[in-house]
Write a new protein. Sequence first.
Length: 347
Amino acid sequence: MVQSKDRYSYTLVTDPAPLRGALEPREVRARVLAVAEPADRALEQVLTSHVDYILEVARYIIFSGGKRLRPALFLLASAACGVQASLRQAAIFEFLHAATLLHDDVIDDAGLRRGRPAARTRYGNDAVILVGDFLFAKSDALAVEVDDHRFITALTQCTTQMGEGQVLELLHTDDLELTPRGYLEVIIAKTAVLIAAACQMGAIYAGADQDTIDALYDYGMDLGIAFQMVDDALDYVGTQHDLGKPVGHDLAEGKITLPFIHARDHAPPPVRRRLLELARQGRTRPEVLEEAKQIVCDQGGGEFTMDCATGHAARAQAALAPLMKKSAPAELETLMGLAGYVIHRRG
C-alpha cells in the first residue's frame, strides 16, 4: 500500500541553501521540453468525449500555453527508474491540473488565465465547473488502466488532498491572521501534492522499490512548494507578462500568501496596522492594492519568500541524493537541475 506523508510532517524552510547541479538553466529547459513536447502532442489523442462542447472547453484551457511540467515530471521520474512511461498516463497530470485551474477561476471570479480571458468568461461558470469534473473523472479512467493498485491509490490520495486544498484556500480567504504553517498547508494541498504525485506515480509505474518511490515523492513535494512560493513572490515583485495574469491579484482575491505574512509579522507596528487596513479595503481599489504591494516589497516579503523557495528547492535536491549515489541517469540529473530552474523562472 502506498502511503503519502501527512502534510503536517512538512515544515517551512526559512533559510536558503546552496543549490546543486552542473546543468545550466538553458540545458534544463531543453531537456524538460524534449519530454514535455511529446506529452503535449499526446494530449489531443487522449482527450476524447462524445460531447463536442466538453472538448471545446477542455481544449481552451489545456492548449492555452501550459508548460506540461506535471506530465514531464511523471515521464522523467519513470525514466529515471529505468522505464519509459506511457504518454497516455502522463495525460492524467495535465488533466488534473487543468481541472483545478477551471475550478479556481470560478471560485476566484478570475478574468485572465495564462495571458488570455479565463474560460469562465467565455463559457460561463456552470460549464467550466462541469468540464473540470469531467477532467477529474477522465484522470481516474486513465489511472485504472495501469495494472498496479498502488497507482490508483496514489492518485486518489492526491485528488483527495487537492479537494481539501481548494476548501482550505476558500476558508482562509481574507484571513489576515493566517500563519506561515497555515499557508504551507494550503499550498501543499493545492499545488505540491499533484507535483509530488506525478513523481511518485512515475516511480510506481516503473516498478521501483519503496525507498525510491518515497524519495521521488519527497522531491516532488518540496519542488511543488518551491514552485508555488516563486509564484506567490512574483505576484508582488513580478510583472503581468511573467504571470499571465495581473500582478497583485492574490491580495485582490483575498489570498493571503507568504510575502504578505512576512511583511505583516516583521513590519513596525504603524506599518503593520496600515497594511492590514489596506488589505481590508483593497479588493476593488487599484491604488489601495498598489500601496499594500509596496509595503510588502519594502518589508522584504518577496525576498523572504524567494529565500524560502530556494530552501525547499535545495531540500528537493537532497531527496534525490541517495538515488544519485546508486546511479545518475540523465533523467535524474534533469530532475536535480529542475529544482534549481524553478527558482530562476519568471512565469
